[in-house]
Design a protein around this ligand. Structure first.
Ligand code: G3H
Ligand code: 13P
Ligand code: ZN
Length: 282
């Protein structure tokens, strides 16, 4: 069953759990995410970045996710991650995604508002939900390595959400994309101030390798969607490397990729238990 962020995130914020949002660009990771959700009886957000779409093709990714999800009966959001142009927003709406993220953080203030508002208008007309990002996170962002980032300001966040009417807001509170930065830590006092100012569900990007106690505290303060990509890549690559290094006799991609798929599935299940979304499928 396909749903939007609005069918699950307000409940998550209200009841103190978060829904996992996992990135995919291939068959094995898509199956791992959706099968994990089925086994955990959890709602799930499966998302594709612009680079994933460039790699696999929009119609191929969408068709694949839809076909994998047809085998399960839990709620699935098909979400665009970090959409940066209105062109791409148009294409994913047309293709059948149920939700989009517009990441306008690299634009100047006026443009940021215009592009986000326009996305909301286009998406809402077709029944999709919209996640917005105002301030760029630290860490790897597209090909920019070690981006400085800018922390969210509670008053600016409030204004941004009110003016754009996005359904969910991505916070920048010290979280960073990619492998952990040496000094990476979440500013939970800042998160509390943002949560007091902004009533829509909050989303946490770059949550790979974030300590469990910080994740739990962030959820208790209003984080309702948690993005994980790097942990899946590290798990997938580790399992694949293990097969390739220890079994030079294997030359069947199914035998190489099968264990990687299983390892990712187990990791997604662990994340779902940590986020509290296990058992929340309706
Ligand atoms: O937030 C970034 C996601 O991890 C997507 O990364 O642009 O390399 O696909 P990507
Ligand atoms: P990580 O790769 O750091 O888990 O970030 C994922 C993310 O935020 C996707 O939008
Ligand atoms: Zn992100």
């Amino acid at each position: 069953m396909f749903i939007t962020l609005n069918d699950i995130l307000p409940e998550a914020r209200h009841e103190g759990f978060a829904v996992g949002a996992f990135n995919t660009a291939n068959l094995e990771i898509s199956q791992a995410i959706i099968e994990a959700a089925q086994e955990e009886k959890s709602p799930v957000i499966i998302q594709t970045s612009e680079k994933a779409i460039e790699y696999a093709g929009l119609d191929v990714l969408y068709g694949m996710i839809k076909a994998v999800a047809a085998h399960v009966d839990i709620p699935v959001v098909i979400h665009l991650d970090h959409g940066k142009t209105l062109d791409l927003i148009d294409q994913v709406i047309e293709t059948g995604y149920t939700s989009v993220m517009i990441d306008a953080s690299q634009f100047p203030e006026n443009e940021r508002l215009r592009v986000t508002k326009e996305t909301v208008k286009k998406a809402r007309a077709k029944g999709l939900s919209v996640e917005g990002e105002r301030d760029q996170l630290r860490g790897k962002e597209d090909d920019v390595k070690g981006a400085e980032g800018k922390m969210s300001d509670p008053e600016e966040a409030k204004k941004f959400v009110e003016e754009t009417s996005v359904d969910a807001f991505a916070v920048s509170i010290g979280n960073a994309h990619g492998k952990p930065l040496p000094d990476e830590r979440l500013d939970l006092d800042l998160l509390k101030k943002i949560a007091d100012a902004v009533s829509v569900p909050l989303t946490l990007h770059g949550a790979s390798s974030t300590p469990e106690d910080m994740i739990k505290k962030a959820i208790s303060l209003g984080i309702a969607k948690i993005n994980i990509d790097t942990d899946l890549r590290l798990t997938f690559t580790g399992a694949l490397r293990d097969v390739l290094s220890n079994h030079p006799e294997i030359y069947d991609p199914r035998e190489e990729l099968g264990p990687a798929r299983e390892a990712v599935k187990n990791m997604v299940k662990e994340k779902m238990r940590l986020f509290g979304c296990s058992g929340r499928a309706k």
